[in-house]
Ligand binder design. Structure first.
Ligand code: ADP
Ligand code: MG
Length: 240
């Protein structure tokens, strides 16, 4: 039986700046509906990996495939809008001059009023559709950003510490709601975080990164219980 095609496949990815490898031979596969957390200390290359997948950072060597289609590789570089991806970054701002509804519609394209209403309802903002970003809280703005990113039905959602600007009280609710919606949509998720507890809470699969490489990969429970070395163990030791 043929194996299912990964939604996102990163193969032997390398990204160098001035000859220095920031991502240094990274391979990873994301299956449909799966949440993969790229977890590691600050500066280890997480955001650069995500940005290469998004098409906003150059790939020095290696390949990226989305649903089997080569989007980056030798002689190939599809721009972000030609990749079936959604993006959510901590400071990925909404359009300030557009209402919540219009921000989501921008992502959805024309003829998508029902989709926009449905998404706003699912992120819990049906009654805020006509508000402008400055009339919404930080958490509500992130909910609109999620709805906007999901509007064109991306195959892969790329998220770079999207919850780190929110206070703790809000964060848990948004994390859980976001996961639920992404699971319903069957979107594969690559979530970058430097917080082990966020990865433990959200991931089906954790890829532990250090100095541009994946040093351990597996289910959260396995990584937590069998860290590959003392540095990995120390990284998880703060979780309660
Ligand atoms: P992380 O997200 O894991 O904190 P990044 O991927 O943002 O790490 O950065 C990894 C390393 O690459 C850092 O040392 C950073 O300074 C460097 N880096 C990132 N982008 C650039 C760039 N455009 N030019 C030069 N160095 C960069
Ligand atoms: Mg980063």
């Amino acid at each position: 039986m043929a194996l299912p095609t990964p939604r996102l496949e990163l193969r032997d990815l390398v990204c160098r700046f001035d000859g220095m490898p920031v991502v240094d031979g990274l391979s990873l596969e994301l299956m449909p509906g799966q949440v993969t957390c790229l977890l590691g200390p600050s500066g280890c290359g997480k955001s650069t990996t995500l940005r290469m997948a998004a098409g906003v950072e150059h790939v020095t060597s290696g390949e990226i495939r989305i649903d089997g289609q080569l989007v980056a590789g030798p002689g190939v570089h599809l721009p972000p809008e030609k990749r079936a991806i959604g993006m959510m970054f901590q400071d990925f701002a909404l359009f300030p001059h557009l209402t919540a509804e219009a921000n989501v519609a921008f992502g959805a394209g024309s003829g998508s009023e029902a989709r926009v209403r449905d998404l706003l309802a699912r992120v819990g903002l049906a009654d805020k559709a006509r508000k402008y970003p400055h009339q919404l809280s930080g958490g509500e703005q992130q909910r609109v950003a999620l709805a906007r990113a999901l509007a064109p039905r991306p195959r892969v959602m790329l998220m770079d510490e999207p919850f780190s600007g929110l206070d703790n009280r809000l964060r848990d609710g948004i994390r859980d709601d976001t996961l639920e919606i992404l699971k319903e949509e069957g979107t594969a998720v690559l979530l970058v975080t430097h917080e082990p507890d966020e990865a433990m809470r959200m991931a089906d699969q954790i890829a532990l990164m250090r100095r541009g490489r994946i040093v351990q990969q597996g289910a959260p429970y396995n990584i937590y219980n069998n860290p590959v070395d003392s540095e990995a163990a120390g990284f998880f030791s703060d979780i309660n």
